[in-house]
Design a protein around this ligand. Structure first.
Ligand code: PLP
Length: 432
């Protein structure tokens, strides 16, 4: 009955097999290709900028595991660090020097971090950050922005209430209405929508949580003074500001968006790059705030595998390489050339395309723009993206199977990879 994972068959065979035992055949919904159509591609292995399918095809990977792989796949020093760690045991449930080193690096790199707690995913990081904010302020409500994603915990699976109501409603069955009611929803880049919430609920709000560059509705950049306004309003109303830097941390700059835009949040959540491809998340803040956490403080949070030696080894190796090699200027220049080329060939084909990028993350919208909020993202032509995605796959370029996800480059991508992506895109635009 159980066939070995090697000689596994084609992607479509595997997907049929997976669907019998895994809901939708996938362990995270966007992987299922529902929004672009077709079956997902099953991956056999990956190296550098290339990802290989079980069907024997090779693609230039522009997903990079949804952001973690800023050094590309199977970076030799990261792999070696994980192998060394595994030989010494995979988990102890007791403290190690490795955790200490990773924490020291995070504190050295992230401007507002004085102490940090490691967890196992971005979801855990944001969930814990909200608990800390509630514990520290004695307030229950949080404000989030429509189109920002903060993982799948109850408080964030929220859609805006109808009409003028800003109280959230569950966006998924299983989220209690009572939990959703404590999440208020504002519009990204719309300072007035936040001000209005503070005017009517100011003294009940524990925190505003924001992706300082939105990376889960495509890539939407913060407008002039948006982040500074959030900093000012939260301070005026005694609320905390949480930057969810799970994507932007170590990505848009070594010190993340808070370094790039020079705005200091109270609490920062990290994930993705911090684990170098293994499951890690973290939240960090001033020592005074972090000392509210158990065991020194009253706010509880724990984890059997938190600070796992393999994950810590991968994360530390990744951060060390980023600190030593500072690849950000080269990554940014590669992305500049890619995005400039995409805009030029779309306009040559008379296709409305808005392209945003910061550092090595980018978003493409089949939409004439401007794109500043979820409402403006949502009017993009998702059908055209699905056709673009299919044409690019055919040409050997692996893009996110959803119109509203970020596009990532790694240090393993080369100028030749950029040329190949541009050539494929230009051919695709001509027939879209
Ligand atoms: C991916 C992501 C998360 C959730 O992280 P997981 O590791 O998938 O739980 C949270 N916030 C942001 C901004 C993310 O991009």
């Amino acid at each position: 009955m159980i066939s070995p994972a090697s000689d596994s068959g084609s992607s479509s065979d595997l997907h049929a097999r997976a669907q019998r035992v895994i809901p939708g055949g996938v362990n995270s919904p966007v992987r299922a290709f529902h929004s672009v159509g077709g079956d997902p591609i099953y991956i056999e292995s990956a190296q550098g900028s290339r990802i290989r399918s079980v069907d024997g095809r090779e693609y230039i990977d522009c997903v990079c595991s949804w952001g973690p792989l800023i050094l590309g796949h199977a970076e030799a020093r990261v792999v070696a660090a994980v192998q060394r760690a595994a030989e010494g045991g995979t988990s102890y449930g007791a403290p190690t020097a490795g955790e200490c080193e990773l924490a020291e690096r995070i504190v050295a790199i992230v401007p507002t971090a004085e102490k940090v707690r490691l967890v196992n995913s971005g979801t855990e990081a944001t969930m814990s950050a909200v608990r800390l904010a509630r514990g520290a302020t004695g307030r229950d409500r949080i404000v989030k922005f429509e189109g920002c994603y903060h993982g799948h915990s109850d408080s964030f699976l929220i859609k805006a209430g109808s009409g003028a109501a800003t109280f959230g409603q569950p966006s998924s069955p299983g989220v209690p209405a009572s939990v959703a009611a404590d999440t208020l929803s504002a519009s990204y880049n719309d300072v007035d929508s936040v001000e209005a919430i503070f005017q009517s609920n100011g003294d009940t709000i524990a925190a505003v949580i924001v992706e300082p560059v939105a990376g889960n509705m495509g890539v939407v950049l913060p407008g002039e003074a948006f982040l500074q306004s959030l900093r000012r309003m939260t301070q005026e109303h005694g609320a905390l500001l949480i930057f969810d830097e799970v994507i932007t941390g170590f990505r848009v700059a070594l010190g993340g968006a808070q370094a790039l835009y020079a705005v200091a949040p109270d609490i920062t959540t990290l994930g993705k790059v911090i684990g170098g491809g293994l499951p890690v998340g973290a939240y960090c803040a001033s020592a005074a705030l972090m000392d509210q956490m158990s065991p020194d403080g009253p706010v509880y949070q724990a984890g059997t595998l938190s600070g796992n030696p393999l994950a810590v080894a991968a994360g530390t190796a990744t951060l060390r390489i980023l600190q030593e090699e500072a690849p950000y200027a080269r990554l940014g220049a590669m992305m500049d050339r890619l995005c400039g080329g995409l805009s030029a060939s779309a306009s040559a084909a008379a296709i409305p395309l808005t392209v945003h990028h910061v550092g090595s993350m980018a978003g493409l919208f089949f939409n004439a723009g401007p794109v500043r909020s979820y409402a403006e993202v949502a009017i993009s032509d998702a059908g055209r993206y699905a056709r673009f995605h299919a044409a690019m796959l055919q040409a050997g370029i692996y893009l996110a199977p959803s119109a509203f996800e970020a596009f990532f480059l790694s240090t393993a991508h080369t100028d030749e990879d950029i040329d190949a992506i541009l050539a494929a895109a230009s051919a695709a635009f001509a027939v879209l």
